[in-house]
Design a protein around this ligand. Sequence first.
Ligand code: NDP
Length: 451
Amino acid sequence: MSVINSVIDKVERMDPDQHEFHQAVTEVMETLEATVQRHPEFVKAGIYEQIVEPERSVTFRVPWVDDKQRVQVNRGFRVQFNNAIGPFKGGLRFHPSVNLSIIKFLGFEQIFKNSLTTLPMGGAKGGSDFDPKGKTDGEIMRFCQAFMRELFRYIGPETDVPAGDIGVGAREIGFMYGYYKKIRNEHTGVLTGKGLEYGGSLIRPEATGYGTVYFAAEMLATRGMDLKDKRVAVSGAGNVAQFAIEKVNQMGGRVISICDSSATVIDEQGIDNDKCCYLQELKNVRRGRVSEYSDKYQTVCFEDKNVWDVIREQGIKVDIALPCATQNEIDEANAEALVKNGCVCVAEGANMPSSPEAVHVFHNNKILYGPGKAANAGGVATSGLEMSQNSSKLSWSREKVDKRLLKIMKGIHKSCLEAAEAYGMPGDYVAGANIAGFVKVARAMLAYGVL
Ligand code: NDP
């Protein structure tokens, strides 16, 4: 049995219930076959076996008191996957679906994503099964403080630097950073995504969405196309979706969809800048539902359906797809419908939003397909820039950070294509991203010996 198959087999045997983690490992490992031939030294040093095992994985109790004075208990996670090229780095997700499998898949992906950015950051991820929906600000604050009361033991500006993800935005980062500062009595760059007043970076909120669109533009350019006048389907309505919409508008495209976990809105007129500002206020301040957007702008709203189901069922024409909600939102039937409806490019703002079958459909139909670990790496790259600003006690201008972000996204695009070409899979962004991300980490691991 090849080393790749035996690693996949072992992962499935050791943790049979971790489906999302198996999916992520299989997707990466299958594309690393070419590196096995080229780098026998990696095989000899057991790099493939080591890279699928987290350095350290902690779960902890998070007890907190709700507004009715009842004690609630959630589970917290931090998976520190790999710190070969820099301190552990990766977001925190608060969502009721969170479990060890989801955190491990996200942490594993983060290793390669962070390596692709060219910045010195290892891979990690964390979070909790806490559901922020319907909670008051007081409850959110007490939960965040309780979460940090345990997490602080494992993190530090040179050790592990968490950031936001689903359910963790500026408000939650503020509560967690404030609590860390209080109990450690120090102001450091221990979290990224901070507010501007206390060490945050300009462009960090925008970075994942902007970066995803920059990546899409780079892919389109390889076929002499751009975003101008293109019909763009976006899923989600959170941080990544909002700023992807803003950037598509700046580049002359028209965004026709958004969704949240309760409905999809199709807006044929396009979600222009004014509507996008309304969406930001609706989601980030009032914490409302996208159905309210539909009421305000008199658009069509499909309850309990995601964007890709609606596009398939309604036969909606789409040129570019930007999935920005969650994992496995695009299944095989949705991918086939996207191809049939004219889609030429898919850039993933979310992590692993396309199922393996959907990815197959995109490949078979020669769709420009940018996997999340490359397309959405702008977020963590800008977190890396926030860390640099924190350690040098400087703040860079909006223009400077955005320019660096664009340069990094272009660099990632180039590395993907070069690695894919060098390892015999030209034009394959999945293989390119995995190989380019992996080889750098593997070389560092090799240099350390057996640790
Ligand atoms: P947010 O919490 O800000 O927004 C997530 C959005 O997706 C919300 O509108 C949410 O709906 C919607 N959503 C979540 N689950 C579902 C579902 N099952 N069906 C339909 N809609 C759903 O998170 P982010 O925007 O930060 O993250 C989105 C994705 O991007 C995730 O995959 C994340 O891992 C990835 N990502 C985020 C980065 C970042 O910098 N924030 C960096 C790189 C990747 P509702 O409002 O109902 O909750």
